[in-house]
Design a protein around this ligand. Structure first.
Ligand code: ADP
Ligand code: MG
Length: 583
């Protein structure tokens, strides 16, 4: 059987398009081919479960990725379901059946705008041509009596088919890496791509690098296998028999069963009740390369009405930084898609670290398709609720712990409140304010506590160093201010005011004279009062001429028991106006 034909596709030659399109995400072919291999295994496993296929008891499902640096080939070998020649024709030749058609249709329509997002998602088998000059499929279907089939294509629209060479069930995809794929001959490049996309795929993946060793390498390897490393102490007492035995043990250990590259049962797939704190922490360290422990986490586990699993971690802030760089990794059925896709994940969650597995999400997607997709909307609502629930529970049941987290999680919560109405509504009563005495109070608590001294006013500090004098003044006068000093607090101050009508937020160096305790009039003599009048007028004249502003009002007031000779205040509204102009 030798058959030639051409691929059913409208476009004359779509491969240049694929190459150009995915130029920035070239490594995506690794994900596409290895996930196809996973799919092939999973399909067979399902058939076995349903009693429609049989495999030997000791049959281990696995995927092998073999890089041959001498032949410049990369093979992805699975022992999954395999394909018959007819299936190749149906699933590979008629690209019309695969997601690639949609992809190409989109490309021709509105290439440029959709660019960013679609690049993250697959277009399947044909992405192999991003890196290969020639691609071969050598496959044997699981069905009893099936004949092997082989397919060869050199890009372009022509292919060739023949009998296959596999004697065992499964598929071998061979890529002859071309100019565009040379970098994947590099062991480290290949590993990086495999680790990025395949670390949690559900079938064990083993990597082999084949390379004819140089004479020197051969000699070194031989020497190593005859060398036993022992300490000087040990060497004193070691007999020849002992040494030989140890040497054998060492060589045996080195040729032990290889370990798969991936973790086939990632933590997020387990039931929350089956996971320990230690496991969550270890997972966090490994996936996010963060040596710190996370503060706490939320394990999402939803099956109905849509499937969503994942773990969201609240990280510790990097010291002395008030910006947070989160990282939300998106997966579909344990296949990595991309980081921080804001079309899928509620934007404020991007300040957290976590993994989300959304198996129902369409993989051949464009930005506009996602935006119109009810799935994304539902998922956002669900996650937002889960996060808010966790926070309010902590606030209610473990207030002290919650307070101890506030410096780290406050920025996230404030941002979330401003971005998502729904989120604010749920957590508004758990919003804390840190006072200059290092206490944590809600707005309600603060107002209640201080209502005798000043009603519906919240005083805040925006810079503890610059406003140190004022903080001291406040303390001397028995007043309380809260610290709102991170970059997110500027918009947050206005936001709080907007959400709590009637409450005024005032910076500690703004309109505070009403609130401060003055020297009482009875303490003053008539002569002193006249002197004050005089000072007032003098001061006003002086300031008016200095600032060239004749409508300026200046008052001089004597404060009670305060060790400050003079201070300048700028009204809250004037300052905010100035800040707005600057911004
Ligand atoms: P998708 O995976 O989205 O269906 P692909 O372009 O990746 O699209 O693959 C097209 C089809 O080719 C698959 O649906 C499957 O039927 C078949 N196929 C690809 N790779 C394999 C494989 N390793 N084993 C068996 N079938 C495969
Ligand atoms: Mg696929």
């Amino acid at each position: 059987m030798n058959e030639k034909g051409n691929l059913s596709i409208n476009s004359e030659n779509f491969l240049p398009i694929i190459k150009k399109w995915l130029y920035t995400d070239k490594d995506i072919f690794v994900r596409e081919l290895v996930s196809n291999a996973c799919d092939a295994v999973t399909k067979l496993q399902k058939l076995v479960l349903m009693g429609q296929a049989e495999v030997a008891e000791n049959d281990k499902f696995e995927i092998r990725v073999v890089l041959n640096q001498d032949l410049q080939t990369l093979q992805i070998i699975d022992n999954g379901i395999g394909m018959t020649a007819d299936e190749i024709k149906k699933y590979i030749n008629q690209i019309a059946f695969s997601g690639a058609t949609d992809f190409l249709a989109k490309f021709q329509e509105k290439a440029e705008q959709e660019n960013e997002i679609i690049g993250h998602f697959g277009l399947g088998f044909y992405s192999a041509f991003m890196v290969a000059d020639q691609v071969e499929i050598d496959t044997l279907s699981y069905q009893t009596g099936a004949e092997g089939a082989k397919w060869i294509c050199q890009g372009g629209i022509d292919y060739e088919m023949d009998g296959g060479t596999r004697e065992t069930r499964g598929t071998t995809i061979t890529l002859h890496l071309g100019e565009d794929g040379k970098e994947f001959l590099e062991e480290s490049t290949l590993y990086a791509a495999l680790q990025k996309y395949c670390s949690f795929m559900p079938v064990p993946i083993f990597v082999e690098i084949i390379k004819e060793p140089t004479e020197e390498e051969k000699a070194a390897a031989k020497k190593e296998s005859n060398t036993l490393h022992v300490s000087a102490e040990e060497a004193q007492t070691l007999t020849k028999e002992d040494a030989l035995e140890k040497l054998e043990a060492k060589n045996a250990e080195e040729s032990q069963e290889p370990k798969p590259l991936n973790d086939t049962t990632p933590l997020w797939q387990k039931q929350p009740k089956d996971c320990t704190d230690e496991e969550y922490k270890a997972f966090y360290h490994k996936v996010f390369f963060d040596m710190n422990d996370p503060l706490f986490w939320i394990h999402l586990n939803m099956d109905y009405p849509f499937r969503l699993k994942g773990i969201l971690f609240f990280p510790k802030l990097v010291e002395h930084m008030d910006v947070v760089a989160g990282e939300i990794k998106l997966y579909s059925n344990q296949v990595y898609i991309a980081d921080n896709i804001k079309e899928v994940v509620p934007e404020f969650l991007l300040l957290l670290k976590g993994v989300l597995d959304c198996p129902d999400m369409p993989l051949n997607v464009s930005r506009s398709a996602l935006q119109n997709d009810g799935y994304v909307e539902k998922m956002n609502t669900y996650i937002t609720k889960k996060v808010a629930d966790k926070l309010t529970q902590l606030f209610k049941n473990e207030r002290t712990t919650y307070e101890s987290f506030w410096d780290d999680i406050g920025i996230f919560i404030k941002y979330g409140c401003m971005r998502e109405e729904k989120f604010y509504d749920k957590v508004k009563d758990a919003l804390l304010l840190k006072t200059t005495d290092n206490a944590y109070e809600t707005l309600g608590e603060y107002l209640e506590k201080n209502k005798e001294k000043h009603e519906n006013k919240l005083f805040f500090v925006s810079d503890e160093n610059l406003q140190a004098q004022y903080i001291r003044l406040f303390k001397e006068q028995g007043l309380e201010a809260v610290i709102l000093s991170t970059s997110i607090d500027k918009p947050f101050v206005s936001f709080l005011e907007y959400k709590n009508s009637g409450v005024k937020l005032q910076r500690i160096d703004a309109d505070i004279t009403d609130t401060l305790q003055k020297k009482e009039d009875t303490e003053k003599s008539e002569a002193k009062k006249q002197a004050d009048e005089f000072t007032n007028t003098r001061m006003e004249t002086l300031f008016r001429s200095l600032l060239h502003n004749d409508s300026l009002k200046v008052t001089v007031e004597a404060l009670k028991a305060v060790n400050i000779s003079a201070m300048l205040l700028l009204s809250e509204s004037s300052r905010r106006m100035m800040e707005m102009m600057e911004a």
